[in-house]
Design a protein around this ligand. Structure first.
Ligand code: ZN
Length: 140
């Protein structure tokens, strides 16, 4: 297993907790709810090991990872009925493979444009996070 203690996805430290809440583990990844919820239902699917690029995975590992992304996106479609989901894989500085799953709604924030990485303006109550997580989990 590739592991980097300086990486918050590996160490699962308070920096990770400040940004995301774990929803569940899937086959080769962990799904997190992004605390910043400008895009209702925004999640992050994080690969189980510290790998930088999807090209660092074998064909089978990459297929399993993309299938986890597909599964999470399908649950979000069922739970929240967005008009489109955007997928983002950047990680220039945080080199741990992850894909942002960003639901978009017609007329909503950034519709027709690239989503903002961290608008830092929409946060929910603990109860609202829990409700959203249960809704997504029930559709996984
Ligand atoms: Zn890592």
């Amino acid at each position: 297993m590739s592991f980097d203690e300086k990486c918050f996805y590996c160490s699962k430290n308070k920096d990770l907790d400040s940004l995301m809440i774990k929803i569940c583990d899937l086959n080769v990844s962990t799904v997190y709810l992004f605390k910043e919820q400008t895009y209702n239902g925004r999640c992050n699917v994080v690969y189980k090991e510290h790998k930088s690029e999807i090209t660092d995975l074998t064909e089978d590992e990459a297929a399993a990872f993309i299938n986890d992304v597909r599964k999470a996106a399908k649950a979000i479609h069922k739970a929240l009925n967005p008009d489109k989901i955007n997928y983002g894989a950047f990680a220039d500085t945080m080199k741990h493979l992850h894909i942002h799953i960003v639901p978009k709604y017609k007329g909503g924030p950034s519709w027709g444009k690239t989503f903002d990485m961290n608008p830092a303006k929409t946060f929910l109550s603990e109860e609202e996070y829990e409700k959203l997580i249960v809704n997504i989990k029930n559709n996984l």
